[in-house]
Ligand binder design. Structure first.
Ligand code: ZN
Length: 330
C-alpha cells in the first residue's frame, strides 16, 4: 500500500514532551500548497505501555477536546512510565467547523476506517490512525458525546467482543474510568468505526458518550478529566490509585433499545435522561407542524429500562434516532 501523505512535525519516539502536528497536504482555493494541521502531543518517559487518547472524532463533541488539550498542556512527563499520544481533535476540519462530519468531503471519520492513503481528506486521516498510530497503542480512549443531535447520560463504554480475555480487559478499563454510568454498548452500524479497527487489532479500546447537544457542561467535562487520568492510572502509565466513584452498569441487549422517527415534526420528550421506562410507555411524541388539528404520533419504548439517550433538537426528521433505552445491570 502507498505510504500515508501525513507527516508528523514531531518525532513520535522522542522522550519528553512534544507538541506538534500531523500535517496533511490539502491543496485548495485559498492555499494552493496548503495543509490540514492536526494538533498532536506525545509525552514519553522510559519504558511502559502506550495510550492513544483521542477526541473530536466527530467535530461537534467537546468533552474530549476540552479534557485532552488540557491534559496535553499539563501532563508532567516525570509522572509518566511509557507513552501518551494525545490527538484532541482527530477530524480537525470537522472540529474547526463545529460539525460532526468534515466540511471538506462530508466524511464521517468514525465510518471511514480503515481509510485510504489516496482517498479523501477524511479517509487519509483514518488511514494514518489505522497504520501509524493504532499499532503503537496498547490502550485507546476515544471520547464521544452526542454532538448537536443527541444527548446522552454520561457513560464510558466498550463492546461485547468475541475474544473474552480482550473483553475482560476493556470492561476493566471502563470500570476504571469511573463515569456515573458504564455501558456494554451495541452499535447500530459498526462497519468503518475506529472502535472496530482498534478491537480487530486486539487493542484495549474504550469510548464514551458524556452528554451532547453540541456543547458540554461543568459536570461532563469533570467526568472526562477524571476519567482520562483514571485510565492512565489503570494502565500503569501514571502512578497512583484510580479515583473510583460509583458507576452503574448498563446493557443494550438488542436493537429494541433504539426508537426511530417515522415522520417529520416537532419532538416532545415524555421522559428525561435517566428516567425509568416500561415497555409500551410513550417516551416521546412527534407533533405535526404543517397544520393544526392533527394528533401527535406516540413513540413507545420497545423494552423496559432507563432512557440513556434522546434526540436533542426540537425538530425531528423521519429516520432520526429518537431514543435509546438501556437496561440497568443489578
Ligand atoms: Zn461521536
Amino acid at each position: 500500500m502507498k505510504p500515508s501523505p501525513i507527516t508528523p512535525t514531531i518525532d513520535l519516539d522522542a522522550a519528553g514532551v512534544q507538541h506538534g502536528f500531523l500535517r496533511l497536504p490539502y491543496s485548495r482555493d485559498d492555499s494552493a500548497w496548503g495543509s490540514v494541521m492536526i494538533p498532536i502531543a506525545v509525552i514519553r518517559n522510559g519504558e511502559g505501555p502506550t495510550a492513544l487518547l483521542t477526541g473530536g472524532n466527530h467535530g461537534d463533541e467537546y468533552e474530549g477536546p476540552l479534557a485532552l488539550f488540557d491534559l496535553a498542556r499539563t501532563l508532567d512527563p516525570v509522572s509518566v512510565s511509557g507513552t501518551v499520544i494525545i490527538v484532541p481533535a482527530m477530524n480537525y476540519p470537522a472540529f474547526r467547523a463545529g460539525t460532526r462530519t468534515s466540511p471538506i468531503d462530508r466524511g464521517n471519520l468514525n465510518r471511514s476506517f480503515p481509510g485510504r492513503p489516496d482517498g479523501t481528506v477524511t479517509e487519509k486521516i483514518a488511514d494514518y490512525f489505522q497504520r501509524e498510530l493504532l499499532p503503537r497503542a496498547d490502550i485507546v480512549l476515544d471520547f464521544h458525546s452526542g454532538g448537536r443531535t443527541l444527548d446522552f447520560l454520561p457513560f464510558c463504554a466498550a463492546h461485547i467482543l468475541p475474544d473474552k480475555a480482550q473483553e475482560a480487559s476493556v470492561m476493566a478499563a471502563v470500570e476504571a474510568f469511573s463515569a456515573p454510568w458504564s455501558m456494554r454498548m451495541l452499535e447500530i452500524d459498526a462497519i468503518g468505526m475506529f472502535d472496530t479497527a482498534a478491537e480487530e487489532m486486539g487493542k484495549v479500546f474504550v469510548t464514551t458518550e458524556l452528554g451532547g447537544g453540541g456543547t458540554s457542561t461543568a459536570a461532563s467535562v469533570r467526568i472526562a478529566r477524571r476519567g482520562v487520568m483514571n485510565v492512565l492510572r489503570h494502565s500503569g502509565i501514571v502512578s497512583g490509585a484510580v479515583e473510583k466513584s460509583q458507576t452503574s452498569w448498563l446493557d443494550m441487549p438488542s436493537g429494541d433499545c433504539f426508537c426511530f422517527a417515522e415522520e417529520d415534526g416537532m419532538a416532545e420528550t415524555m421522559v428525561d435522561l435517566g428516567d425509568a421506562v416500561c415497555e409500551g410507555d410513550v417516551i416521546a411524541r412527534i407533533h405535526a407542524i404543517g397544520r393544526t388539528g392533527v394528533a401527535p404520533v406516540d413513540i413507545r419504548a420497545k423494552m423496559s429500562g432507563i432512557l440513556a439517550a434522546r434526540h436533542f433538537p426540537g425538530l425531528v426528521k423521519a429516520g432520526d434516532c429518537m431514543s435509546v433505552v438501556a437496561v440497568v445491570d443489578r
